[in-house]
Design a protein around this ligand. Structure first.
Ligand code: UDP
Ligand code: MG
Length: 155
C-alpha cells in the first residue's frame, strides 16, 4: 500500500477568459488526468458582491477592482475537484500567478500571457478551500466520487 495524503476538496474556477477562449475542456482534462475527480460543477456568472466575497483577501490592493470587474465580466465554470493532496496538486497544475513565472507545462504557462488574464483560480490552502467552496456550492451539489477515488488509490 503506497503512502497516502488526505483526500481534499478544492475550488477551481475557469475564469471568463478560459470560458470565452474555449479552454474549459483543456483545464478540466488536466485536472482529471492528474486523477482528481469532479465532485461538483456549474456554469455561472458572478455578481459583484459574490466576486468581492470570493476575493475578500485582496480587498484594498491596487488590482482588486480590475480583478472583480474581470471575474464578473462573463460566465465562469466552478469545479470542486477532489483527491489526495488536491489543493496543492491543483496549484501545481495551474502554475504561478504570473504566467511568465509559471513552470512550463502548467496551465498558465501553456495558455496565458498576463497576470490579469491567467485563466484559472484554485484555492491556496485548506481554510480557503473550505470557505470558497461554500460560496459556490451547497451540500446538495456534491455527488460522492468515493468509488472512483478508491479505484484510483488501488492502482
Ligand atoms: N492579480 C493581478 N495582479 C496582481 C496579483 C494578482 O491581476 O498583481 C490577479 C490574478 O488574476 C490572480 C488573482 O488576482 O489570479 C488573485 O491573486 P492571488 O495572489 O490570489 O493569485 P492566485 O491564487 O490566483 O495564483
Ligand atoms: Mg489566490
Amino acid at each position: 500500500m503506497r503512502a497516502s495524503m488526505p483526500i481534499e476538496r478544492t475550488l477551481i474556477l475557469c475564469k471568463p477568459d478560459a470560458v470565452s477562449r474555449g479552454l474549459v475542456g483543456e483545464i478540466i482534462t488536466r485536472i482529471e488526468r492528474r486523477g482528481y475527480v469532479i465532485a461538483a460543477m456549474k456554469l455561472l456568472q458572478l455578481a459583484g458582491d459574490a466576486a468581492r466575497d470570493h476575493y475578500a483577501e485582496h480587498r484594498g490592493k491596487p488590482f482588486f477592482d480590475d480583478l472583480v470587474n474581470f471575474i464578473t465580466s462573463g460566465p465562469i465554470v466552478a469545479v470542486a475537484a477532489e483527491g489526495e493532496g488536491a489543493i496543492e496538486g491543483c496549484r501545481q497544475l495551474m502554475g504561478a500567478t504570473n504566467p511568465l513565472a509559471a513552470a512550463p507545462g502548467s496551465i498558465r504557462a501553456d495558455f496565458a500571457q498576463t497576470i490579469g488574464r491567467n485563466l484559472i483560480h484554485g484555492s491556496d490552502g485548506a481554510t480557503s478551500a473550505e470557505r470558497e467552496l461554500k460560496l459556490f456550492f451547497d451540500d446538495r451539489d456534491f455527488v460522492s466520487r468515493r468509488h472512483d477515488l478508491e479505484r484510483w488509490m488501488r492502482e
